[in-house]
Write a protein that binds this ligand. Structure first.
Ligand code: ADP
Length: 652
């Protein structure tokens, strides 16, 4: 067995790899950027090495720095995790050149599968079914358009260097082809520095079904069954499960054999995943699945395979990298029960799934013995704007799909995330969604059901606001109790007027940035707090922070703070023309200058966060009175970006 490993990654996957490495007796070495000095993955390893500034491009993605750290630490091997450099053939090569064992496939196998067009050509040659389409060298727009016509609409344009759904466009009509091609190429050029595309038939009712494979250096290759990852948003997986609903043992054997054939054709070693697109219309079938791509690394969703096989895939990776044989033969791989994983993110489903960063005031998971939580953060840690805002993966395993989904939904409903907003409620709604549970779903399911899943703007949760006001009131009265009354405090209960033996009090509070007045009524029976007549929620979880109270109800967070009456927080400068940063990010561009006349809805600035661009718009007609940030500056969530003053009537 290997003696030491440097984990060239961060977050939950670094923590997860370290756990198995430690169990196997390896010395564990972490790397960290400036933003991660105190991170959980650093605390989880025996030692840690600094590799540079917060942006990944200057730290976790710099091959030289990682190799230097490995040499300094005397690391015998490097585990790349997923993302970052895990599918970078140059990194695998650099490890080899430095005499360090790369825990993954040989560089040539990574290269063979790195580009979608080459991978598809290789698969076609090996006799693995690929989606009908064009994946050749010619990139002439007219020619590609002709190909699309021959394939038959709808088609999908994909970047050959693609990943993460970028450079991908569905085209339904011939007339729309040119514009879609242009957009796909532009996006591909920007994201991958490679504008080339391929065109394939768009599979109707598509299901994403992938096979986990393993190969060793002794010529053995097997599969560990499939995962269904059809629940996606923007081509990103949201919930994954094993086995796939509707999968038969026969079809699994056929798809598994195709996957093993694919792995052999690529000269594969280690853990890999063959992604297939299956036509779900009328049920899964032998003639209805096609190779999409191979991921030459461990997948985010590998725990569902671990749950149904009872195996530790990271342990297998280490054993194979050390030159060992596959621990099991194909017929010794047994699947039991049903496993589901949900990706818990710091994001706001009600605002287009905008990333939500900040300190995790609370992070608690229910004490369900069979719930597995893989996380890279703990309560008190922060979700930073520099990396993927995943908080944790929740994995459950039970005898049936029904029971597993019940267990997952219950776990999500009892998960407490305070500070950043999270998708816990959204995920719970998904796990409970009727059609999904009935097996009637494809990759379009989430987009088609956004409203039912709660991913649309919802109004103020008045019951939660009242509950928060109650908590603030309690806290304030405890604070004031032993002291003589402070006449200036609006919270001073003696300011309230008395009427028929009742004492009433109006509490000025801020609820998620909105000014609200809560009412407290003291009667002989006690105190009742309401907001717009709605009583305080009894079924809420309350998390009290120093300057705010977070009320969690049905997976939704409401933040309540005291309103300081000395400043008007709702409309600084009184005009409603304040434009704030919706999240922590970088100012990519300012589209106006001081003095520019703007119309309501006009684009005024662009903020980049988590590699996504967000455009800010003018909330009112007027003139830009102040610009509070500079281009390329980092801004905090809620920070003032610029102020627009309503245009004054021209005099004379
Ligand atoms: P990326 O590498 O950018 O993630 P993939 O090729 O893996 O792109 O495809 C991502 C997702 O897009 C798939 O999981 C599936 O939902 C959808 N998809 C891909 N190819 C097709 C197709 N031919 N027809 C329908 N949907 C597809």
């Amino acid at each position: 067995m290997l003696k030491s490993v440097l984990i060239a990654n961060r977050g939950e996957i670094a923590v997860r790899v370290a756990r198995t490495a430690k169990r196997l007796g390896l010395r564990t070495i972490a790397v960290y950027s400036q933003a991660d000095a105190q991170a959980l993955h650093v605390r989880s390893c025996d030692e840690a090495h600094f590799v540079g500034p917060a942006p990944a491009a200057q730290s976790y993605l710099v091959i030289e720095k990682l190799i230097d750290a490995a040499k300094a630490a005397g690391a015998e091997s490097i585990h790349p995790g997923y993302g970052f450099l895990s599918e970078n053939a140059g990194f695998a090569e650099a490890c080899r050149d430095a005499g360090i064992v790369f825990i993954g496939p040989p560089p040539d196998a990574i290269r063979a599968m790195g580009l979608k067009d080459r991978a598809k050509a290789l698969m076609e040659k090996a006799g693995v079914p690929v989606v009908p389409g064009y994946h050749g060298e010619l990139q002439e727009p007219k020619f590609l358009k002709q190909k699309a016509y021959e394939i038959g609409y709808p088609v999908l344009i994909k970047a050959v260097a693609g990943g993460g759904g970028k450079g991908m466009r569905r085209v339904d009509r011939h007339a729309d082809f040119d514009a879609a091609l242009d957009a796909a190429q532009r996006e591909a050029q920007a994201a991958f520095g490679d504008a080339r595309v391929l065109i394939e038939k768009y599979v109707s009712a598509p299901r994403h079904i992938e096979m986990q494979i393993f190969a060793d250096t002794h010529g053995n290759a097997i599969h560990l069954g499939e995962r269904d990852c059809s629940l996606q948003r923007r081509h990103q997986k949201v919930i994954e499960e094993a086995p796939a609903p509707g999968m038969s043992a026969d079809l699994r054997a056929i798809m598994g054999a195709a996957a093993v054939k694919a792995a052999r054709a690529a000269g594969y070693v280690g853990a890999g995943t063959i992604e297939f697109i299956a036509d779900g219309a009328g049920g899964l079938k032998e003639s209805g699945f096609w190779f999409m791509e191979m991921n030459t690394r461990l997948q985010v969703e590998h725990p569902v395979t671990e749950a149904v096989t009872g195996l530790d895939l990271v342990e297998w990776q280490f054993r194979i990298a050390a030159g060992g044989k596959l621990p099991l033969k194909q017929d010794q791989v047994l699947l039991s029960g049903h496993a589901v994983e949900a990706r818990l993110y710091a994001e706001d489903p009600e605002r287009g799934f905008l990333p939500s960063t900040g300190k995790l005031i609370a992070l608690r998971f229910p004490a369900d013995g069979s719930l597995r939580v893989d996380s890279g953060v703990e309560e008190g840690d922060a979700v930073t704007p520099f990396y993927d805002p995943m908080i944790a993966k929740l994995i459950v395993h039970d005898e049936t799909r029904e029971a597993a989904l019940d267990r997952l939904a219950a776990a999500l409903e009892r998960t407490v995330v305070a500070g950043p907003r999270s998708n816990a409620g959204f995920l719970a709604a998904l796990a409970r969604a009727q059609a999904f549970r009935a097996g009637e779903f494809d990759t379009g399911f989430i987009d088609e059901h956004l409203a039912e899943l709660g991913a649309v703007r919802q109004g103020l949760d008045r019951a939660a606001a009242a509950r928060g006001a109650e908590e603030l009131l309690k806290r304030e009265s405890e604070r004031l109790a032993p002291q003589p009354r402070e006449a200036s405090s609006p919270w001073d209960a003696t300011d309230a007027f008395q009427l028929l033996g009742e004492r009433r009090l109006t509490l000025p509070i801020m609820v998620d940035g909105e000014a609200v007045a809560a009412q407290a009524v003291y009667t002989a029976n006690g105190r009742v707090v309401t907001v717009d007549g709605v009583a305080s929620a009894a079924d809420a979880v309350v998390v009290a922070a120093e300057d705010a109270v977070y009320v969690l109800r049905h997976g939704r967070q409401t933040k309540i703070t005291l309103r300081d009456l000395s400043i008007d927080e709702t409309a600084e400068s009184g005009a409603g023309g304040l434009v704030r940063a919706p999240m922590h990010g970088k100012v990519l561009g300012l589209l106006v200058e001081k003095g520019t006349t703007v119309a309501r809805g006009q684009r005024v600035a662009i903020i980049e966060a988590m590699k996504m661009e967000h455009t800010l718009h003018a909330p009112i007609d007027g003139v830009v009175a102040e610009i509070a940030v500079a281009k390329d500056a980092q801004v905090a969530e809620g920070a003032k970006v610029l102020v627009i003053e309503p245009k004054k009537e021209e005099l004379g």
